[in-house]
Structure formats: C-alpha cells, structure tokens
Design a protein around this ligand. Structure first.
Ligand code: FES
Length: 651
C-alpha cells in the first residue's frame, strides 16, 4: 500500500498506482479522459498534462518536485524539436514516482467539452465516430507472410483494443504501399459508430499531423447549407451554401413529387441533381478551409423526407399521397461517394432519422439542437424554410408537424427576390409619417440614410431583396398604413406617398429606385404581398394546429430557426403574423437549428443515439389532412391574422 496516490483534475478521479506507472497509463486505469493518437510513443503530443506542485490541502496531499520522473530521452527530444509549454509534460513519458496532482488541460481531453451557442446553450462532449490511431505494424517475413491488412488489424487490436477491423476495397488497395513507404508506421483512420465492426476509412503514412474533418449538411428544398467541422474540437472552419439544383424541377416539395410521378426517370434526374449539389458544396467547403477532401472522413445530413428519399435514390411518390409512408424512417449510414460527396473514398454519411412522412430529419435535428423535451413550459420552435418544421413541446411531450410554406420566405416567388447574398436588401424601416423607407443591404454596414452608404453600396449594387428583407418590408408597410389588414397595397392618394405606383390593376411600393443613374428598381408588388401571406398563413396555421393539439392558447416562448432565422426580427414576425401572438421579448432566434443539430450529431456518437431515441417519442401531427389546419390557414391570411390583432404588440 506504499503505492503513490494520483489525483486528476478537473475530473477529481483518484487512485493508487504502482510507482513508475506512466501518467497516460494511470489515466486509462482510472478512467480519466486523456487523449493519445500515437499510443504513448512520445510523438503526437496529444497527452500533454500540467503536473501540480506544493501542498493541496483540498486533496490532502503534498506534491514534491520528484513526484514525476525527470524528462527521459523521448520527452527531451520532443521538447527540443517541437517545444513544450513551460511546466507541461508528455503524459505517456512522465512516470508517477510519489503522490501527484495532475491537471488535464482541455486540449488534451479526448472528449473535450465545447459550449454550443444557441438559445438553449449547453455543453456538448466531443465524441466523434471517426478517430485517428497511430499504429506500428510488424513487417511480414517468410516465417509470417500473412496479409498486410491482417497484421494491421492485429496491431490495432493489440495497441488500441480495436477488434474485428474491416475495410473497403479502395483502402485495401492502398495499404501495402502506405505501410512500406512509411516504414510500417501509419495512422489508421477508424470509424466506430456502434453499428457493426470498426471500419478502416483511411490509412495515412506516419503520424497524422492536425485534425480530421467532417461535414454537417442541412439539405433544404431551396438551399443546401453546410459546415466543415474539425473533429477534434468541433470548431467550424468553413460554412457555405448553394441553391438546391432540384429547383428547376419544382419550387416546393409537392411539385417535385409530382415531377417524379409525371416523368419517367424524373426521380432519378432529381437524385442526380441533388448529389451534384452536395458534391459541389463539399468541394467549396474544402477549398474555403484549405483542407484536402481526403481528410474529410465523416458527414451528417439532415433533410426533410422528400429530400431524404431523392438524395438516397428512393422514389418519393408515396410521400405525396396519404398515408405519406416513407420507405424507411430509421437513421441511415451510406457510403459518402454514393450520394455525390467527394470526400475520403471510404467515408460514410449518416442521415438522421425521419419523424414521419412529412416531418423529417431536419425537424429531428432541430429537436437535437433546441431540446424542447427538457423545457419547463411549452416552447414553440419554427424552422422557417420552403417547408417549415414546427415543433411544440415541454417535458410532458413533444409534437411536430411540417407546413408547406413555399419558398417565398427565402426570397423565391418574390418579384425582386434573391438569395441572401451581398447586395440584397435585408432590412427595411418605413417612417410612418413620411412613408419613406430606409434600407440595409448585405455586405454594407450602414443604413441607406447614413453618410457613405451610396459609396459603399456601389461595389455590390442593390440587387434584390432576400427573405428577411421581404418579411420586414411587408410588416413595415403594414405598420405605416401602406398595406391594409387584408394585404391590399393602397394607391398614392390613399396612402399619401408617391412611392405607391400603379401596376396593372394593383399597386406596388417602390423601395429603391436608381433607374435615373442606370441602377435597379426594387418594389414590393401586390403579388409579393400575396405570396408572403400564403407562406405566413401556412406557418401560422401549422403552429396553431399544434397548439390546439397541445391544449394551449399561447406558447411560453417561441424560437425562430432556419437558415435565415437569425435575421428575422421577432417584432416583424409578430406584426406579419408569421407566428402566434407572444410577447416580443419571449421570441428568440436560434439561427440554423437544423444545421446546428447536424453539427452536434457529427461531433457526438451519444447525440446520434439520443436523437434516434427521441424521434420515437415525438408525436407527429399531419397538417395535410387536418380540417382545423385549413381553418387556421384561412384565418391567418389577414395581417397579422383574424384573431386578436396586435394583442401581442401592446408594449
Ligand atoms: Fe502521443 Fe504521448 S501519447 S505523445
């Protein structure tokens, strides 16, 4: 019992180990989270620790200068070549000689905690399914001429406890060359997702420097958005998006399903289009972050059921008719190249489970991100997109539905509509007295009435209006009396502004006119208002349907999510009646919650298990066949809506 006592912080784990035990070994025995890629060979430096010195009254120990063995050759060499921070030691080299207190800094924790910024901020533990393992493989000789893969597999078992490795042909075809070139030292990139035997994703010569990467993709009907994420600490290195190339087959989901029904080979055409889009996005993200595509070793995709089927090459026809049964609702793991992702050849893509025929993996991702099942009072989450995902729940239960809002909120179907990109009008204010507008465009940090705006705007031009811009424009027009409650734009003599110009038998409101100087003319037309009314009625109607079902008149709070959810002002969403009445200070934005959910699933095996379990508990509500949805939809056509107008805005 003369064995030294070792205490690890911050975990507080403690125990006695034989004198001379390496710190890494002690950490393993006591279940302390200390990283290692090289398996204790003193070359990866992931095992760095901070040994404590002096008295630790809290722990009842005093640590002497001799608690750890002095630098050995390996450590001294590492320090000479790479440099260790003052006081730091390599956990695999330093041995415990007497009582010690050892701190594991965050960057040495394999399952390091990352704080996720969102409405429901929470700490997430990194637990990626693909990890690098440095391994030394015995050379074959005439006495033991077994296959290189078998010796690699045995080495991984002996050195890392990885049992039953399997590999795809493209990786198998390369291992002989890699092992020989690298002197039988290599980094095995292994996927352990708990579904079947560990899979060799890649074999890299020598020790892998730097992290591996993954893609988190939110595949929407109108836009495809993705993040490139480092799998060691979850940081986002690049974010990008593109229009879904399927748009040419129909703007919303149902028109794409009908395209598949009406055209021989139509589904396959759309599958090809979306896979090309995914490939392009992966390439853009890799380029932006200057990361080799082969270093991208995992992907997570969230999408609605129709996108899900089309991406996987499944005919979506059944999703277009009651009872809307999907081909499969479980989570899926598919080879990444099969769905167009030009990343590591053997990488897999994980597709989140579907909640129901109309409620997809994107809604599941929103649940993963926003955690309504842990809320004390009912929280309504609306993920605004071409197809809106709506979730309402608290600790007692969680309901979900989807609502076909169409692409108007994303700037499509709007006369001057465009994607959120530099030059797009994203914010609008209209003076209620003069009816004069002020605008802001993406890429310029000034309002249009501030000095320097014209000059700054000259580089991008003012090119159109994006989703958040049109929402603000319509709400502001309503508040300034330019549009009445039925959604009609008034004539100049009624509204008192020459900006209301006739257009056929209706009127349009001119937001920006630079035609004198050869610039653009951007107006909100009667057709634009109608498109927004349809979209917001569908959203509002879906939310009300869930509230009926839940038995409440008002949610405790509302979270706006969606690719541009972060840019929608809660006040304007309320004025427009996009969402049910709620005090404005109870409405928050969560940004792209589906994308965040995809990122969480990418970084954590536990999160994948959690959502797979959660989706079985979510009650889905079908808007397409609910008569009350129609009633709510019609009632919500007025601005803000037919019931209790502006009650929420009595500030
Ligand atoms: Fe790799 Fe210590 S475990 S340097």
């Amino acid at each position: 019992a003369d064995e030294p006592l070792v205490i690890f912080t911050p975990s507080g784990k403690r125990g006695r180990v034989p004198s001379g035990t390496p710190v890494l070994e002690a950490a393993r025995r006591l279940g302390v989270d200390l990283d290692s890629v090289c398996g204790g060979r003193g070359i990866c430096s992931r095992c760095q620790i901070d040994p404590g010195r002096g008295a630790f009254p809290k722990h009842g120990v005093t640590v002497t200068e001799q608690a750890l063995s002095p630098f050995n050759e390996v450590e001294a060499r590492y320090d000479r070549i790479r440099g260790l921070k003052p006081g730091r030691r390599l956990g695999c080299q330093a041995r415990i000689l007497s009582d010690a207190v050892i701190d594991v800094p965050p960057e040495s924790q394999l399952h390091r905690q990352v704080i996720r910024k969102s409405a429901a901020e929470r700490v997430m533990a990194m637990d990626p399914v693909v990890r690098p393992f440095f391994v030394e493989v015995p050379e074959p000789d005439l006495a033991d001429p077994t296959g290189d893969f078998q010796r690699l597999s045995q080495a991984l078992s002996a050195q890392w406890g990885i049992e039953g490795l399997r590999a795809d042909l493209p990786v198998l075809a390369r291992i002989q060359q890699v092992l020989r070139k690298a002197g039988w030292k290599a980094t095995a990139v292994v996927r352990q997702d708990g579904q079947g035997a560990p899979l060799l994703i890649d074999l890299l010569p020598g020790l892998l420097e730097g992290p591996l990467f993954g893609l988190a993709i939110d595949l929407g009907s109108t836009t495809i958005a993705g993040h490139l994420v480092a799998l060691d600490d979850g940081r986002v290195l690049a974010s990008s998006g593109l229009m879904n190339p399927q748009i040419r087959f129909g703007e919303d989901l149902m028109s794409r399903v009908s395209y598949a029904m009406m055209n021989e080979g139509g589904a396959a055409e759309m599958t090809d289009a979306v896979r090309a889009g995914l490939g392009q996005l992966a390439q853009t993200l890799a380029d932006e972050a200057a990361v080799a595509p082969a270093r991208i070793v995992d992907a997570v995709i969230v999408c609605n059921p129709v996108m899900h089927h089309l991406m996987l090459g499944i005919d979506p026809v059944e999703l277009g008719q009651a009872p809307f049964a999907p081909a499969t609702s479980d989570s899926m793991t598919v080879p990444a190249p099969d769905i167009g992702l030009g990343i590591a050849a053997a990488a897999r893509a994980y597709v989140l489970p579907i909640i129901a025929g109309h409620v997809g993996a994107d809604a599941a991702a929103v649940v993963l991100s926003e955690q309504p099942q842990n809320a004390d009072a009912p929280v309504l989450i609306v993920d605004v997109g071409t197809n809106a995902e709506i979730v309402l729940g608290d600790r007692s239960r969680v309901l979900a539905c989807s609502s076909p809002t169409g692409p108007a909120f994303e700037g499509a179907q709007i006369s001057a509509g465009q994607r959120a990109a530099p030059g797009a009008i994203e914010r609008v204010r209209i003076d209620p007295a003069t009816k004069e507008p002020r605008i802001r465009i993406i890429g310029v940090d000034l309002w249009s009435d501030e000095p320097g705006f014209a000059q700054a705007a000259a580089t991008t031009g003012i090119t159109g209006i994006c989703g958040s811009g049109i929402i603000e424009a319509v709400a502001e027009m309503r508040m300034a009396g330019i549009v009445d409650a039925s959604g009609l734009i008034g004539a100049a003599d009624r509204t008192g502004t020459a900006r209301c110009v006739p257009q056929g038998r209706t009127h349009a409101y001119v937001l920006h006119d630079a035609t004198d100087s050869g610039g653009s003319l951007i107006a909100v037309t009667q057709g634009d208002i109608r498109a927004i009314q349809l979209a917001k009625s569908a959203l509002h109607g879906g939310a009300r349907l869930l509230m009926d079902e839940f038995g409440i008149d008002r949610p405790d709070r509302i979270v706006l999510a969606g690719a541009f959810g972060a840019h929608i002002s809660p006040l304007h969403a309320l004025v427009l009646g996009m969402i049910p009445d709620c005090p404005p200070d109870r409405v928050t934005s969560a940004g792209n919650a589906a994308g965040t959910g995809a990122r969480i699933a990418l970084c954590s095996r536990a999160a994948r298990a959690e959502i797979e379990d959660q989706v079985t508990r979510i009650t889905r509500v079908e808007t397409a066949i609910a008569p009350r949805f129609q009633e709510h939809f019609v009632a919500a056509n007025a601005i803000p809506h037919a019931t209790d107008p502006f009650a929420a805005l009595a500030e």
